[in-house]
Design a protein around this ligand. Structure first.
Ligand code: FAD
Length: 814
């Protein structure tokens, strides 16, 4: 049983101590620089609003668990959570529409929610000017968490199981040796440990520096103010509030009752980054002067006060009595930082977590430490999700500030970050710009979504489905034109951002065999699609592994999480080594029925089906350019991925482009790519399936070879192979060709939510929208009629046999 030290007794540290000790890890010491339990950190003053619904399923699960757990807790008879309900008011048509979408998210993730009209809003909040409100989203199970109380209640439970909480112990150093954490040093002595978890909130980067671990979060101040007593607001002190939490996101505001006063939080002001060096020392006793509370700057709040009075006219008779600028953490993508550091084994982060998600995030980290895997998929929160390019202090600062600005914005799922851009570009970037590429951003890369140069190809039918303004954003008829050009001719896709590694050494095969599910022991030149499972048999990711030599593999992975996972499991004897090659190389996907007509004349190598079969890899030359060619296709057409060094990338592009002129070759973007992959049923790891799903229910059983020997997750997946799946990743088509969907919508079976859409796109080939969705097994059978609820409207859909396009693979294998 490891000795665990947790740094910080805020809500996260307390919840984690409880969750760890509940899992049998009793040797837990929580070190806190301030007093217990109003420590002076962010939790000490958090107004505790809990709104569970989030675009992320994971974050919603975290919040649901937090609500369920804190509802059961009390501290000496005083409540820790009260479900006063939540009301998000819309004052603009855009927000009203967004609330309909949010209702869909709530229904997808199993949160009770309903849309209510202006009168009902005013009934719930009589101070509200119902003429200003178009409607609201009411969530009865949302409510108020008392963070300090819930922290103390969990700490008591943890202490009863053996944990120790030590106040006034400031961690000043992290001891390490041989890449492992050995303990921490405090101003009152050393604490040896096998596992150290930094739950230090916005102090995280300071702890990170002690450990030599990058902690990409930015402390920012956020204003919270209290009015004087307001007429009509009366709540006994013990319950604090009766009316629902109220959000006025069109003005970046939220409200709650505090007895006879109203508390107002604002995200409307300028971002106010906080330097840790300027943060005060913790107080000796719990007090209102806290390191996390900075002086109120009234001028920043003035516009928010005017907006508050406009929404709640009764406030005109009141004033702001007091306020503060409270400090908490913002990350580049607004998500928490959870997980064990690769740079220092045994050193974990549990930071940038709101009170809302505290118990759920703590449970995930505790499961991860105690049992090797969290039961909830956490890839969006994993500390290793960032690319190196996203870890510079400048990036963390720029993006952290933007996360603050966007907290209450209506953010479209495809919306790219505003800056810093461009950050990473492929060697073809200038050519793509010349073709009028419309770029979206991912992992720091500029990724063409479509090219305006293809405008002459657009036909009237490429309008596809009728798009409302939401679905029309980040979409163009060019997407359909490029998809058709791929199916009918040949297209060049910039695949450079696809992450790739070289794995080599005498132990390389054994290593990759142990890490993944498919049989990789093929002759050199063989390529395999294979899965990375976690120990519980859940799908972490998928990989394409090309054996280039006996001891040399190229591995295409989905994200930096895969790199971290593979690195973490490299054999200790050095018999396999791994090197990421993404940055120094580039890749063009050449796909379409004319792909061979384009590539063969440029090469002296035999590129015929007989000479270069499907799922094979060869080193060939395209004109002057040495390339590694993989005969694979994510779009379901004949063709190759062509890899070369970044230095020759432009030459490769120009060579193909020149030769393609006579064939009508086009450049095509991610929009077409996504539509074509869905027609073929090619799943996207992290989007369509996660660690919460086994390969069989995800429709990926073909990539599992139980008879090949041991691999991570084998035992669990062998058990899964024996049972009937409870749910299935199912292919749907919308019945009405004029309608479309975007992903994350609830799927209704017999009128009730029974699953949710993972990916959706209009299919040019089929002339209707294709969606993949998780459904109960019995509903996931072809022919079943279901409904996809889009902005509150049920759209008829039918479960289809998949893949929808070219099930015989005739177009690829020729
Ligand atoms: P903290 O509570 O800050 O705990 C970290 C602890 O680590 C501190 O006690 C600190 O003293 C200790 N520590 C740091 N360094 C050391 C060291 N070297 N040695 C020992 N101990 C150390 N969230 C919601 O969900 N709902 C809300 O309504 C809400 N409103 C908010 C309003 C404001 C004004 C602010 C500022 C935040 C709000 N939040 C809200 C966010 C929420 O308060 C925080 O995300 C959450 O409290 C963070 O909890 P934590 O345990 O990670 O951090």
């Amino acid at each position: 049983r490891p000795r665990v030290v947790i740094i910080g007794a805020g809500i996260v540290g307390c919840a984690l101590a409880d969750e760890l000790t509940a899992r049998g890890l009793h040797d837990v010491t929580v070190l806190e620089q301030g007093p217990l339990f109003a420590t002076g950190g962010s939790s000490s003053h958090a107004p505790g609003l809990v709104f569970a619904t989030n675009p992320s399923k994971t974050m919603t699960e975290f919040a649901k668990y937090t609500v369920a757990k804190y509802s059961r807790l009390d501290l000496d008879g005083r409540w820790c959570f009260r479900a006063v309900g939540g009301l998000e008011a819309a004052t603009t048509p855009q927000r009203w529409d967004d609330l309909k979408r949010k209702l869909g998210l709530a229904r997808s993730w199993g949160v009770r929610a309903e849309l209510v009209g202006p009168d009902e809003c005013a009934r719930m909040w009589p101070l509200l000017d119902s003429d200003r409100v178009l409607g609201g989203l009411y969530t009865p199970d949302d409510g108020l968490a008392k963070a300090v109380r819930a922290g103390e209640a969990q700490a008591r439970a943890a202490t009863a199981r053996g944990a120790a909480f030590l106040d006034h112990h400031t961690v000043v150093g992290v001891e390490r040796d041989g890449g492992r954490v050995r303990g921490v040093v405090t101003d009152r002595g050393a604490f040896p440990a096998d596992v150290v978890v930094s739950a230090a909130g916005f102090w995280g980067p300071a702890i990170g520096r002690m450990a030599g671990v990058a902690v990409p979060l930015l402390p920012l101040a956020h204003q919270y103010a209290f009015t004087a007593p307001v007429e009509g607001v009366e709540n006994p002190p013990e319950i604090e509030a009766r009316r629902p939490l109220l959000r006025h996101q069109d003005r970046d505001l939220y409200f709650r009752e505090h007895g006879d006063r109203i508390g107002i939080g604002s995200y409307a002001h300028r971002p106010m980054p906080v330097h840790l060096a300027d943060v005060a020392e913790p107080a000796a006793e719990a007090s209102e002067d806290m390191p996390s509370k900075l002086e109120f700057t009234p001028a920043d709040f003035d516009p928010s006060w005017r907006d508050s009075v406009e929404l709640l006219p009764a406030l005109a008779g009141s004033t702001i009595e007091e306020g503060f600028n409270g400090v908490f953490s913002f990350t580049p993508d607004g998500m928490p930082l959870l997980g064990e550091s690769r740079a220092l084994r045994g050193f974990w982060l549990a930071e940038a977590v709101w009170v809302t998600h505290s118990a759920g995030a703590a449970r995930a980290v505790a499961e991860w430490i105690a049992e090797g895997r969290p039961s909830t998929d956490v890839h969006e929160c994993d500390v290793h999700r960032f690319e190196d390019a996203q870890l510079s202090p400048a990036y963390v600062a720029d993006r952290g500030k933007q996360s603050f600005v966007e907290v209450y914005d209506v953010v479209h799922p495809a919306q790219p970050i505003e800056g810093p851009r461009p950050l990473r570009t492929s060697p073809f970037y200038q050519r793509e710009r010349d073709l009028g590429a419309f770029f979206l951003e991912g992992g720091g890369w500029e990724r063409p979504h479509w090219y305006t140069a293809n405008a002459p190809l657009v036909r009237p039918e490429d309008e596809g489905a009728v798009r409302d303004p939401w679905a029309a954003r980040y979409h163009s008829p060019l997407v359909c034109a490029e998809a058709r050009a791929t199916r009918e001719g040949v297209a060049l896709y910039d695949m450079t951002p696809l992450k790739r590694l070289e794995v080599s050494g005498p132990g390389a095969l054994a290593f990759l065999q142990r890490m993944t599910t498919n049989q990789l022991d093929r002759k050199p030149g063989g390529v395999a699609y294979t899965l990375l499972l976690d120990p519980g048999g859940g799908v972490r990711s998928d990989l394409t592994v090309a054996r280039l030599d006996e001891d040399f593999f190229q591995v295409a992975v989905s994200s930096s999480l895969d790199v971290e996972w593979l690195c973490a499991h490299l054999p200790a004897d050095g018999s396999a080594v791994l090197r990421e090659t993404t940055a120094g190389t580039c890749c063009i996907g050449v796909w379409g029925p004319l792909a061979r007509d384009l590539v063969q004349p440029l090469s002296g190598d035999d590129l015929s089906h007989e000479g270069f079969g499907f799922f094979k890899a060869r080193r060939v030359h395209i004109g002057h350019v040495p390339v590694l060619a993989l005969r694979v296709s994510y779009v379901g057409e004949l063709g190759w991925e062509l890899y070369t060094g970044a230095d020759m990338g432009l030459r490769l592009w120009d060579t193909l482009w020149e030769a393609g002129r006579g064939l009508g070759a086009v450049a095509a973007g991610r929009g077409a790519f996504n539509s074509l992959r869905l027609e073929k049923g090619y799943r996207l790891a992290g989007t369509d399936m996660t660690t919460e799903h086994d390969p069989y229910e995800a429709g990926l059983g073909f990539a599992v070879r139980l008879d090949k020997g041991d691999f991570i997750g084998r035992e669990a997946v062998a058990a899964a192979a024996e049972r009937e799946p409870r749910r299935r990743l199912s292919c749907l088509t919308l019945d009405d060709p004029e309608r479309t969907a975007m992903g994350r919508e609830p799927v209704l079976v017999d009128g009730a939510p029974a699953g949710y859409v993972t990916s959706a796109a209009y299919s040019t080939t089929l002339g209707r929208t294709v969606a993949y969705a998780w459904l109960p097994a019995e509903a996931g059978l072809p022919g079943t009629a279901v409904e996809v609820e889009y902005f509150g409207e049920p759209l008829a859909a039918t479960v289809a046999a998949e893949p929808l396009f070219d099930p015989q693979m005739a177009r690829i294998r020729r």
